[in-house]
Design a protein. Structure first.
Length: 392
């Protein structure tokens, strides 16, 4: 863009494709705007103009400003931003502009660890649905072996990984031990990308210090909701979250249900408390949801819901192509979309031997209240739901 183009943009005012800043003192709003323009439809950020459209100018040395902006475009965001810089000396001072085209790369560009998009005249964080669509546009397909570039080696807890190795029967204490980074790399915990080592999704969810702290992983948790009646339209009486590593998500979600309510029965003066559903059944339903969910469905959580007549566990994604509800119920042809995660939960003692989980759930529910666990997938909606019914 040339100066006459910039003048026309100033006269037209701020818009989804134009933003004004008085100066360059605070880089945060500049970084958000650059990231938002790059992730949406592009735009121009004009420095030296106030919100009313008045040209106030930037009085700092223009060469230093250009060098600072050039440096920021190269290293201020998660990846270098391809943008064109321009400047013009107005009577009140220099006007600088950054022309940011729409970027398309490996994944959306982040600033300050977060993804930004343009909405009207503001740079904002996208909603979960918008974030999913944005990753889809970028062609980003998240699998358990995908490198998470928002994370680093420091985000992996090496002791958690060594504890896992000890469960596998591997000696982590004998002889001199390599440096933590070398050990993680040698054992395949880190994935190389452009000559840099990053944790994978599996590594973060199995050994991460704060697995839900990144744009791609924020929704990879269990959301817990209890309703007063049999429908989502009824009042919510309690809600909670099962966050953390894979095993922590399961333990916390099970604990949330156990603390929610119990059935009471009396034999004479003796009261007997019974859980809403057997712990082994609830745990297995949650293990299956966490281990087998489709992690490419960004923005969606495993949903644990308690109604007055049932517990449901809903998992993002459908069954693998060769599987049907009937084959799952019978325990036949066990296979996981996320083999590393499934093996991790097996070693942790949370998952039954492959193929035994559903037969165990069915027997436990029959013995508990004479019902059968139900499984249903919705290919259009993209989810699998397990239902455990009460006898009330």
């Amino acid at each position: 863009m040339e100066w006459l183009d910039i003048l026309q943009s100033i006269e037209a005012g701020e818009s989804p494709h134009t933003e004004f800043k008085r100066g360059i003192g605070d880089l945060k709003p500049i970084g958000r705007a650059i990231s938002a323009f790059a992730n949406t439809d592009g735009g121009v950020l004009i420095l030296g103009v106030d919100n009313s459209g008045e040209i106030v100018g930037v009085r700092e040395d223009p060469e230093r400003i250009q060098e600072r902006l050039t440096s920021f475009l190269q290293s201020g965001c998660s990846t270098p931003v391809n943008a064109r810089l321009g400047r013009y000396q107005a009577p009140t001072g220099w006007v600088h502009w950054i022309e940011v085209p729409r970027q398309r790369g490996f994944e959306p560009i982040r600033y300050d660890g977060r993804v930004w998009v343009r909405r009207e005249r503001s740079s904002v964080e996208p909603s979960p649905a918008e974030l999913q669509e944005l990753y889809n546009i970028f062609g980003y397909i998240l699998t358990e072996e995908q490198a998470i570039t928002a994370a680093s080696v420091a985000d992996i807890d090496p002791e958690a990984f060594r504890a896992y190795l000890r469960k596998l029967g591997l000696d982590t204490d004998e002889g001199p031990q390599p440096a933590t980074k070398d050990d993680l790399r040698n054992r395949g915990v880190l994935a190389p990308l452009s000559d840099t080592l990053y944790p994978t999704l599996y590594d973060l969810l199995a050994f991460g210090k704060a697995p839900q702290s990144y744009p791609q992983t924020a929704s990879f948790r269990v959301e817990c909701v209890a309703y007063a009646g049999e429908d989502r339209a009824d009042d919510v009486i309690l809600s909670g979250d099962g966050k953390g590593r894979l095993d922590e998500q399961i333990h916390r979600a099970v604990g949330w249900v156990e603390g929610l309510a119990r059935f009471e029965s009396y034999q004479g003066l003796i009261r007997t408390d019974a859980p809403l559903v057997p712990k082994v059944v609830l745990r297995e339903a949650l293990v299956n949801a966490v281990a087998h969910r489709d992690y490419a469905v960004l923005g969606s959580k495993v949903l644990l819901e308690v109604f007055s007549d049932r517990v449901t566990v809903t998992s993002p994604g459908t069954l693998l192509n060769h599987m049907t509800e009937e084959s799952v119920l019978s325990g036949g042809h066990p296979r996981s979309r996320n083999e590393l995660m499934a093996n991790y939960l097996l070693v942790a003692g949370l998952m039954e031997q492959r193929g035994r989980g559903w037969p165990i759930m069915r027997r436990a529910m029959r013995e508990f209240n004479g019902t059968e666990p139900e499984i249903k997938q919705n290919r259009n909606g993209g989810y699998v739901r397990v239902t455990l019914r009460f006898i009330v």
